[in-house]
Every structure is written in structure tokens, then in C-alpha cells.
Design a protein around this ligand. Structure first.
Ligand code: SF4
Length: 216
């Protein structure tokens, strides 16, 4: 039986890791989230970084980009890839290339690469690999996943993107697809601290904050 492909944003991998139930309430039940101060600040910082980049940027083809031995950078690269009945979408903060490799960079206000953030960056690596496979192979470049601190620019985590990362990413993507299509129940977090800061804690049936309040 034909089933429409599920549309999944790369950043959902990070949200899934925070709490799958929260993602389900937002994406399937369509309960809106209010934009917080940190979300608004994040968008403003990305916008201003892009404006700075655009002032200096010189146009180049992707052929020239991936063949470059000197460091070249592109920002806000929008990509999509279809496979396994999923349409994966993503906008990569920064794709850089030099003689040694291709660097898929995400800027976050974090000094630790949590597993959800790593999966999000692996999703960007997956998108870049699948969109530019021939050019990456032709130029014999290695793909690296990189997390940078958004405010200091320091590299927080950098790792070659390898087969086990792809497997881990695909398992999460398939799981997410099944949650979105109703084949699998979303898993709520077991961490009450996450519920404390969750916008859905007053409506979510699994909220650990509510449970605590009811017991007292
Ligand atoms: S209240 Fe807790 S369990 Fe419910 S969606 Fe939020 S984080 Fe997940």
C-alpha cells in the first residue's frame, strides 16, 4: 500500500533526543510552541552571521568548491534528500572545504555535543554526502561533523563521519518516521528536569512535573 513519505527536518533529530513525546505533540498534534528569548536570539545571531558572510562572499560553483585546496566556506546551505520513505530537509549553518576534507558545521550556544546535536549534524552530513557524492568522491575528500560554539566560534566537537554514525542516524530517522505515521508510540522523557522547562508540561499526560505536583 502506498504511503506518502514523511517530511523530517534535520533539527528534529535533536528535538527527538530531548523528548520524543514533545516532538509528537508539536509535529503530529500541531500544538504550537511559543518562540522563546533564546530561540529569537539564535535566529538573530544566524542572520547577522549570514549578513557578514554575504558581504565578503565570492560566487563559485559546487565543482570549484569541492575541488578547492584552500579553505572555502558556504553558509545556510539548504538541502533535501529522499530515501526510506522519508524526505529529509536541512539548512546547514556552514559547509567548509579544504585540501583534507569537507566540514559540516553547526553553530550552537553549547559547549557539549549532546547525542541529539550529534545526530542533527550527522543528518546534515547525510544530506551533503547524498547531494554531492560524486564531487566528494572525485576530490577524495573526507567528511567531518563539526560543532562550533555559536558565540565564541571555538570548535566543541569534530569527528569523521563514518558508517556507525550513518547507522545510528538511520535508526533514529526510521523511528521518527514511524512515530510521525502512527506506527509507533512516542517515548516521553524520564528526566523531570526536561519536563520542568517544557512548554507542554501543563498539557502533556506524561509530564513528570505534573505527577510530582499531584503527589504533594
Ligand atoms: S512534559 Fe515532559 S514528557 Fe511531556 S512533552 Fe514535555 S518533556 Fe516530554
Amino acid at each position: 500500500m502506498y504511503q506518502e513519505p514523511s517530511i523530517i527536518g534535520a533539527s528534529w533529530l535533536s528535538e527527538q533526543s530531548f523528548c520524543e513525546q514533545k516532538l509528537y505533540l508539536n509535529k503530529v498534534k500541531k500544538i504550537p510552541l511559543v518562540a522563546t528569548f533564546s530561540m529569537k536570539k539564535g535566529s538573530a545571531v544566524h542572520e547577522s552571521k549570514y549578513e557578514e558572510f554575504a558581504k565578503e562572499a565570492k560566487p563559485a560553483t559546487w565543482e570549484e568548491f569541492f575541488a578547492s585546496d584552500g579553505l572555502v566556506v558556504s553558509r545556510e546551505v539548504e538541502l533535501r534528500h529522499s530515501g526510506n520513505n522519508v524526505i529529509l530537509l536541512g539548512r546547514v549553518d556552514e559547509v567548509a572545504c579544504d585540501k583534507d576534507g569537507v566540514y559540516i558545521i553547526d553553530d550552537k550556544p553549547n559547549d557539549y555535543a549532546y547525542i541529539g546535536i550529534r545526530k542533527q549534524i550527522w543528518a546534515y552530513c547525510h544530506l551533503v554526502e547524498n547531494n554531492f557524492k560524486a564531487l566528494i568522491e572525485k576530490n577524495n575528500k573526507t567528511v567531518f561533523a563539526v560543532l562550533k560554539n555559536r558565540d565564541t566560534g571555538a570548535v566543541v566537537w569534530k569527528e569523521k563521519y563514518i558508517g556507525t554514525h550513518k547507522e545510528e542516524l538511520l535508526i533514529s530517522l526510521m523511528r521518527l518516521r514511524d512515530v510521525l505515521t502512527g506506527k509507533r508510540q512516542p517515548e516521553p522523557t524520564k528526566n523531570a528536569n526536561k519536563c520542568k522547562v517544557c512548554q507542554y508540561n501543563s498539557v502533556c499526560e506524561f509530564s513528570l512535573v505534573k505527577e510530582k505536583a499531584e503527589q504533594t
